[in-house]
Structure formats: C-alpha cells, structure tokens
Design a protein around this ligand. Structure first.
Ligand code: HEM
Length: 300
C-alpha cells in the first residue's frame, strides 16, 4: 500500500493562510512530540500541514532521512541578489476559508509550540483577486493540472525514503511595488513571461530568456522540473509580497530553479523578477506522509 500525503497538501480553494516557523529550544523529545500532536487536528475546518527541517527530522526520526533533503544553503546571485537561509526546525502551513478560524488555529498551535520552540516566522497570507500575486499577475497557472500530475510533481516516489511525503521550499519575498508599478505593462509582461490580463505565455522572440518563466520552466537531464506551487500574497501597506511555498518530489526541482533565477548557470542570466522582489527568508522542509508523521509522533 502506498503512503498518503497529509490531506492539506492537495486541498485547494482556501482563501486564508497562515505560515508559522519554529526553532526548537527544548531537547525534551516527548514534550516536542506531544506539542506537535496537540497542534494538529484541533480545528476541523482548517487544513494544517506540518513539515520538518533536516536537523529536526533527524532528531525525531534518527532511523532514516527522506531522500534528497538538506538544509537551505544561501545563494549569492550573479548580479548581487541574495537568497538568505533562515532554516528552522518546523513549519506549519494552515489554510481555510474563514479568517477567524484560521487565526484561532494559528493561536492554538502557537500555544502548544511555545512550550518547546521559538517562533521565527509569523505571517498571514490571503487570496488576492482570484489567485493573483500582488504584482497583479495570476500565480499558479502552470501548476500541474490533474491529481495524477500534481502527485507526480509533488510526492516522493514509492520505494524511496520518505515515499508519500514531499520536499518543500518556503521563501518570504518582499516586493518593491512602487518600482514594479512604475514600469509599463509591456515591460512587466516581459519580466514575468506571460501577458497580464489574458495570462497567456509569451512565445518565440517575444519571450525573453531572462523572464521568470524562462528561468523556471526547466528540464534537468531531460526531466521537466515540475513542482506544485501553493504560494500566497501577504502583508500590509508597509511590507508586502509573496509567501512562496512549493511541494516537490526531489530537492533538485527547487535548487535548479533557484540557481537559474540567480544566474548560477552557464548563461549567467538572472530572473528579472529579482529586480522587483527580494527573498528575505529561505528554508527546505520535509512534509512526511500521514503514516510517517503518525509514526514519528508515536500516534500510529
Ligand atoms: C517574487 C517571487 C515570485 C513571484 C511573484 C512569482 C510569480 C509567478 C508568476 C506570476 C508566474 C506565472 C503564472 C504561473 O504559472 O503560475 C510564475 C510561474 C512560475 N514560478 Fe514563480 N514567482 C516567484 C518566485 C518563484 C520561485 C522562488 C520559484 C522556484 C524556486 C518559482 C517557480 C515558478 C514556476 C516553476 C513557474 C511556472 C513556470 C512554467 O510556466 O512552467 N517562482 N511565478
């Protein structure tokens, strides 16, 4: 029997999100496990996906490590842009339809986790004009379409360590919207690689090789680097941007795209989006299958 991803990974259509990251400050494993267990399943209308950093997983499950998981290493781009690492131990992704219940669930998790961990990221995301990012382009269009294709992109294959789980990339991106809105729609479209209103991919000569699409629509060794993106806009008037979140079946899916965005490739071209948004956090995680999660928490 193949293992099953945590239910919230593939549940779509939520309008409210919460991103919480924690660093353990206790070595009491029993208490850590009971705090995580108490954090989950308390609010039936809120999906909660829990993911672990490399060190945290090793601490909780010393017998095996999910295939290809590492901590996030900072990247220095070809033109001075940076992708910092803020790797922590635990990441909770919450989503649901009602802002009040999602907020209640986030408060509930924090109450459990503060006994054993320090809160390092505390961000609320929201859905903006039908899946648009705050740069006002639709985000998520090129995600795999069918359940089977989503699973193929996002879930570690049967037979590998961590099967049924996913590798996860999170990065908080802070946008410079004044700069973005000062350029023409035509230039914005060249940066993204799609048209703004109709959301159609640019073709042929019209598609610059430093557009976001050109830098992320990749093949490595003939294999398309498909991922399943679940990012959400966040912020206030003062600071705003994108909470980037993606699930992948192997880490190279993310690392190849990041290297290509930052110009750490043969052609040394950077993604033009980097001139309008800045990554301020970065972590890799493992979202175990429900079965592996139950086992590690001692609740199977
Ligand atoms: C400021 C941060 C980012 C913004 C605003 C952004 C926005 C977008 C938009 C508007 C699209 C086009 C519509 C779509 O297919 O979803 C897109 C596509 C995509 N993005 Fe991003 N993105 C960001 C960061 C990233 C990062 C960090 C990665 C990977 C590490 C990534 C990977 C992708 C991929 C794989 C596609 C689809 C490419 C294809 O057409 O196959 N994005 N993004």
């Amino acid at each position: 029997m193949s293992k099953t991803p945590q239910v919230g990974v593939f549940k779509e259509g939520s309008t409210h999100f919460y991103f919480l990251e924690y660093q353990f400050n206790s070595s009491n494993l029993a208490q850590i496990k009971s705090s995580i267990t108490a954090s989950l399943n308390a609010f039936p209308d809120v999906s909660v996906v829990v993911s672990f950093g490399e060190k945290a997983w090793h601490t909780l499950q010393p017998n095996w490590m999910p295939a290809t998981l590492t901590s996030f290493k900072p990247l220095k781009g070809q033109q001075g842009h940076q992708a910092p690492s803020t790797q922590a131990d635990l990441f909770f992704w919450l989503h649901g339809d009602d802002i009040s219940t999602v907020f209640d669930a986030a408060q509930h998790i924090d109450k459990q986790m503060k006994r054993v961990a320090t809160l390092c990221l505390d961000e609320r995301g929201f859905s903006y004009h039908q899946n648009r990012d705050l740069i006002d382009f639709e985000d998520g269009t090129a995600n795999p379409k069918t359940d089977e294709l989503k699973r193929e992109a996002a879930v570690i294959a049967k037979g590998l360590a961590g099967e049924g789980g996913s590798l996860v990339l999170t990065q908080k991106w802070v946008h410079d919207l004044d700069k973005w809105n000062a350029i023409s729609v035509h230039c914005q479209e060249a940066v993204v690689g799609r048209t703004k209103v109709e959301n159609i991919e640019l073709e042929g000569e019209a598609m610059p090789d430093d557009s976001h699409i050109s830098r992320t629509d990749l093949k490595v060794g003939g294999v398309p680097m498909k991922i399943y993106r679940r990012s959400a806009p966040f912020g206030t008037i003062t600071e705003k941007g994108l909470l980037f979140l993606a699930f992948g079946c192997e880490l190279v899916r993310f690392s190849s795209q990041l290297e290509s965005m930052y110009g750490l490739t043969e052609d040394q071209k950077i993604d033009q989006l980097l001139n309008f948004s800045k990554a301020v956090t970065g972590s890799y995680w493992f979202a175990p299958s429900q079965e592996d999660l139950d086992e590690v928490l001692g609740s199977e």
